[in-house]
Unconditional design. Structure first.
Length: 683
């Protein structure tokens, strides 16, 4: 047997040759290095398959997808193959079985890393190497190069989808509510959104999502359907049921988000449209004090635009002539004027407001706290000719008109029968403004497309600040009062360092915040011992707190005890602060541990490590100061895992979610890698 082994190995050695043609490949050096020492056996060449469509097979880490074939009968007697490899042009190596099977997941990820996830046949070139054993002796066999034709694992995602359900009578031809990602490549940006009005009768919304190709056909076979709570399936699969939005009290509309690659969807309730107030007076527009109707907007009424958090503002040129603020065009009932000791609201004897000298000023109104301020502003350095573009006009430039008496305030009228998207811009797109808020907000250079609900509007845009207003001129449901967002903190013997420290400087040490999960609910998931804890609302104060009562959890009961869990383990604490309901439920132990950081426009999108909070492997902390509005994400170094969302200052990040909008300020930042929950807490 030993003589046979020597004979076989000598035969292999005599057959040794290097693969030809590699010099023509820029990665030839890599392939030669992998193939060095390999032999070529006549008749033993890997067989080419047809297109390998990974969407037709189960894809996993297991080596169970056929990538090539091998003619084992061509091997000398007694030689047994032990394992295989594919060495691709760029040096990437994938392990295979001896009969040519590879991990479908690894192959899909490799092809997607080059071409993206679009499910089209892609060609990648690889060298097949097989390892053989004969009586303990090993040899590497060069089985030749193959052009692999691979379709990566991904669903077929269309460019647009439409709501079909209870809001439009299940009309398959109706396109009132479009689910869109703004026209971007859906395999690079798989997050699609739409806005749905909340039913006036407070009922739930049931629906399916119809792809654009099936609109008007009556064909339901390609719809997105339910696949369990928060999950969907393509092609009317999954459990085949209707998707559902459970009604939220006082919601005005729902922001619906679908991730077409994660197969998840969610709905965020929006409770009220921001208030709009208008400047009117001798130094505003044509100076006529005209306040008869919406027709005066852009002529004698100039709106303030939303900065968020109940704050609206306007920047422009003011003379020393007087002005006031009014809330409703055509009415003087709600107004701001000049009082004896400052600005006053709804004081029948108030006078006109005046600035100390002619110049540029910013008027800011916090309508939640009734605080009006007027401060000098810088003179603008540029003058533009502004227009609009969007899905409503094929993204072509459409000029706006200057408002009366201003070189920086612009006006247009528009009417849309369905939800659309748009931006403000100068012709040529070198300067353009966008944002995610509607009907008012502040556009940023190269910002996202503005979602515009169906309806008729007077549109006002301020090119100094990027502030915009879409002022509805047709009927709309009356706004409901918003519920003010709240932040609560865990503190106690099993929280952080267990010291019960209760100051702002203790956030991340002995105070852990709950993050906003929508619907006026906040939550925290982590490990708890059986030692006690409470919830407090304001660092440094025990006035507002939750504790343990005789028959359950109680709020602001001076005799309450510490809350305890039944046994040490992982729990989720959820507080519905609108309805004063506190729940604590067992949670799954996290499957992964990360080293988390932040990246954003504030640091050129480079990884910046965060610090673990005291007593936790999953809660992270950082200090962040940003001078202007920024964007950011939480991530592990390398971006393979990253979290983003649209909520601020608190929310729940999703894998590959959108950039988080971060307002200017000085923050303690807390992030929970179990849930994606985050808080930006102002210092």
């Amino acid at each position: 047997m030993k003589k046979l082994s020597i004979y076989v190995m000598l035969a292999f050695a005599g057959l040794f040759m290097t693969a030809c043609g590699l010099e023509d490949n820029e990665f030839a050096g890599l392939k030669k290095a992998e193939a060095e020492g390999a032999i070529v056996v006549p008749g033993f060449t890997a067989g080419q398959l047809g297109v390998i469509d990974l969407n037709t097979v189960e894809v996993s880490e297991a080596l169970d997808v056929q990538a090539f074939t091998v003619p084992e009968t061509a091997l000398p007697a007694g030689v047994v193959l032990s394992k295989g490899e594919i060495v691709f042009d760029d040096g990437t190596v994938l392990n295979t079985t001896v009969d040519g099977k590879v991990s479908g997941q690894a192959l899909s990820e490799y092809v997607a890393s080059i071409y993206g996830l679009r499910p089209e046949a892609r060609t990648v070139n690889g060298l097949v190497l097989l390892y053989a054993l004969q009586n303990g002796a090993a040899v590497k066999i060069n089985a030749g190069e193959i052009d692999f034709q691979v379709v990566p694992k991904a669903p077929v995602i269309e460019d647009a989808y439409y709501f079909t359900g209870t809001l439009n009578g299940w009309d398959n031809s109706n396109t009132d509510y479009e689910l869109s990602n703004g026209g971007l490549d859906p395999y690079e940006n798989p997050v699609f959104t739409m806005r749905l009005p909340a039913p006036e009768d407070g009922s739930d919304i049931e629906f399916k999502i119809t792809p654009a190709s099936k609109i008007g056909t009556g064909d339901w076979s390609a719809c997105l359907a339910s696949n369990g709570e928060g999950k969907f399936a393509y092609n009317n699969g999954g459990d085949g049921g209707n998707l559902k939005i459970t009604a939220v009290a006082n919601a005005v509309f729902y922001k619906v988000t679908f991730n077409m690659l994660d197969f998840t969807y969610s709905a965020e309730a929006v409770f009220a449209t921001p208030e709009t107030w208008y400047l009117v007076g001798s130094c505003i527009g044509d100076g006529s004090w005209g306040n008869n109707s919406l027709d005066n907007i852009g002529t004698s009424l100039f709106p303030l635009a939303s900065l968020g958090d109940g704050i609206i503002a306007y920047t422009g040129y003011f003379t020393t002539d007087g002005f006031k603020l009014i809330k409703t065009p055509g009415s003087w009932d709600d107004q701001w004027g000049q009082g004896t000791n400052g600005y006053v609201k709804n004081d029948g004897g108030s006078g006109n407001i005046t600035v100390p000298s002619a110049g540029w000023y910013t008027v800011t109104l916090n309508y939640l706290n009734d605080v009006l301020t007027i401060e000098p502003a810088a003179e603008p350095t540029a003058t533009y000719e502004v227009g609009m573009a969007g899905s409503f006009n094929g993204w072509s430039f459409q000029a706006m008109t200057k408002c009366a008496g201003s070189d920086h305030l612009w006006k247009a009228e528009m009417s849309n029968t369905s939800n659309v998207e748009g931006k403000f811009l100068i012709d040529g797109w070198s300067v353009n403004w966008g944002a995610t808020s509607f009907p008012t907000g502040i556009g940023e250079q190269n910002g996202p497309n503005i979602p515009i609900e169906s309806g008729s509007y007077i549109v006002i845009f301020n090119d100094i600040t990027g502030g915009y207003n879409f002022i509805r001129t047709d009927a709309k449901p009356a706004d409901e009062p918003a519920v003010e967002a709240q932040t609560w903190y865990l503190v106690g013997s099993c929280i952080g360092d267990g010291s019960w420290g209760n100051g702002l400087d203790k956030v991340g040490t002995s105070l852990f915040p709950l993050a906003d999960i929508g619907d006026n609910k906040i939550a925290y998931t982590g490990y708890f011992t059986t030692a006690g804890f409470k919830l407090i609302k304001t660092p440094g104060s025990w006035d507002d707190q939750w504790g343990q009562g005789t028959n359950g959890y109680v709020k602001n009961d001076g005799g309450s005890g510490n809350i305890t869990v039944p046994s040490a383990g992982w729990y989720t604490v959820t507080l519905d602060y609108a309805n004063d309901e506190l729940t604590i439920e067992a949670a799954a132990e996290p499957a992964a541990t990360y080293e988390v950081g932040m990246a954003g426009s504030f640091n050129d999108w480079s990884f910046q490590a965060m610090t673990k909070c005291t007593g936790s492997d999953h809660l992270w902390m950082a200090d962040l100061t940003v001078d202007g509005d920024q964007k950011g994400k939480f991530l592990i170094d390398g971006w393979s895992v990253n979290w983003g969302a649209t909520g601020f200052p608190s929310g729940v990040g999703q894998q590959n979610g959108p950039d988080i909008p971060i307002a200017a300020g000085n923050y303690i930042v807390i992030f929970n890698d179990i849930t994606g929950g985050y808080n930006f807490i102002s210092k």
